[in-house]
Write a protein that binds this ligand. Structure first.
Ligand code: FCB
Length: 449
């Protein structure tokens, strides 16, 4: 099947995505406060080769040229996040005018080029001062976050109409507060459960606040998700897969949709009770204009007696002899179709945006070009699945490639390269990869409609 962006229709939003900590650098520039990632990356042994995002892609200084390049490639939608501690250095209280100025310039430069800004309010870089007060485990975060959202809405809402409240709450609570492999590096069930409930309250409350200030905003929030399949057709593996699916794919979206936490399929979530106050159930729900679906792979799950709480284990791709990316994630394009199907069943969201999709492969620079055929193939195969979902009537209306440029991939450092544009970190030189040219011509077809 040959297909182009045109097949997705005139209103489909084609874009690229990025996040503040992964790209900006300027970690101490112009009055910015520290975030948990600024601190966590300095702890020896936490990040691949002890790398950090101090400089990253230097987007803070190079945004003009990066946005020019984006415009030249015909990309009309840019999803990026705001660094909370750049705007409010201590997380609450004093505002940093230089931080506001920076984002004003980024937004205005986007608009000048005809690029629509899509802002994520929180992409994991909590102000360090707030972490010292308990971070996501402290219920006060609902107020701290609310004030921050309201401030961003007032400063930027005149020009920015597309807002995403949180990025992948299951990842920042799971990796950051349960497994300790992401910032702030906390471990244990109670910090995990507390942070889940407070993040779930914030995603809805953030939506309400944004709506009250910018009433013509299109408001959404994003979710990580993986298509989960049982390892065998045994009942035990089926139930194990169901538990993992409930935890990874349903914990945050269902309370937002007014369905409450999926306790029936995952008893563990009953233990959220100590943090839940009277009246919270209603506060967890909010009618989003869209949900952002972020899917990279599938997982195969079997029952396990050695993993208490979940009684389930993931069968790693290397044991299954399947193709993987540099992240060691299986390449399985059908996964995105299944997840779109799943999310389209929640009647409380008007539409779905694929707010991240992409892959890291071992790119090679040769004669000033990066021939990254694997990435192009990955994107093409995933887009075919998105188109299939759309043609079957699912209301999916946008696709954002993760990512515009290579960037700092959290605990994996700079090793995985996800960009359509390659970065030489020694010189900060940008080179558009073949996949970038491919995406550009693929979406140009729809721009011409
Ligand atoms: C997602 C994150 C994003 C990026 C991609 C590869 O989970 O939202 O920041 O790291 O994975």
């Amino acid at each position: 099947m040959t297909f182009t962006g045109k097949d997705f229709g005139r209103d489909f939003k084609w874009g690229v995505a990025a996040a503040a900590y992964q790209t900006e650098g300027g970690w101490q520039a112009d009055g910015k406060g520290k975030s948990v990632w600024d601190v966590f990356t300095k702890v020896k042994g936490k990040i691949f080769e002890n790398q950090n995002g101090d400089i990253a892609c230097d987007f803070y200084a190079r945004y003009t040229r990066d946005l020019e390049l984006m415009a030249r490639l015909g990309i009309k939608n840019f999803r990026f996040s705001l660094s909370w501690s750049r705007i409010i250095p201590n997380g609450t209280g004093r505002v940093n005018p230089m931080g506001i100025e920076f984002y004003n310039r980024v937004i205005d430069t986007c608009l000048k080029h005809g690029i629509e800004p899509w802002i994520t309010l929180y992409h994991w870089d909590l102000p360090h001062e707030l972490e010292k007060r308990g971070g996501w485990t402290n219920r006060e975060i609902v107020n701290w976050f609310g004030d921050y959202v309201s401030l961003c809405a007032r400063y930027f809402g005149d020009r920015v109409k597309n807002w995403m409240i949180l990025n992948e709450p299951m990842v920042f609570t799971g990796a950051g507060y349960f497994l300790g492999v992401h910032a702030p590096g906390r471990k244990g069930l109670s910090s995990f459960l507390a942070s889940i409930h407070h993040a779930a309250l914030c995603q809805a409350e953030g939506g309400r606040i944004m709506r009250s200030v910018v009433n013509d905003a299109r408001i959404g929030t994003t979710f990580s998700c993986s298509y989960i399949q049982p390892y065998s057709d045994s009942g035990a593996d089926f139930l194990a897969a169901q538990r993992v699916d409930a935890l990874l794919n349903r914990t945050f979206v269902e309370p937002l949709a007014g369905l409450g936490y999926p306790v029936k399929d995952l008893k563990l979530l009953q233990r959220l009770e100590p943090w839940v106050k009277d009246g919270d159930e209603g506060k967890l729900a909010f009618k989003m204009d869209f949900v952002g679906v972020q899917n990279y792979t599938r997982e195969i799950v079997a029952r396990s007696v050695i993993t208490p709480l979940m009684w389930a284990k993931v069968i790693k791709p290397e044991k299954r002899n399947v193709e993987t990316t540099v992240m060691n994630w299986e390449v399985y394009p059908e996964s995105i179709y299944h997840m779109l199907r799943r999310f389209s069943k929640y009647s409380s969201f008007k539409e779905i945006i694929v707010s991240e999709s992409g892959a890291a492969f071992p790119d090679k620079l040769a004669d000033g070009r990066v021939h990254d055929d694997k990435r192009t193939e990955y994107l093409e195969n995933h887009l075919k699945q998105v188109l299939k979902a759309k043609q079957e009537g699912m209301n999916v209306n946008g696709y954002f490639v993760w990512s515009f440029t290579d960037n700092f991939e959290w605990a994996e450092g700079y090793k995985p390269r996800f960009g359509l544009v390659s970065i030489d970190y020694a010189t900060q030189e940008r080179i558009v990869k073949d996949s970038g040219y491919w995406y550009s011509s693929f979406i140009r077809e729809s721009n011409r409609l």
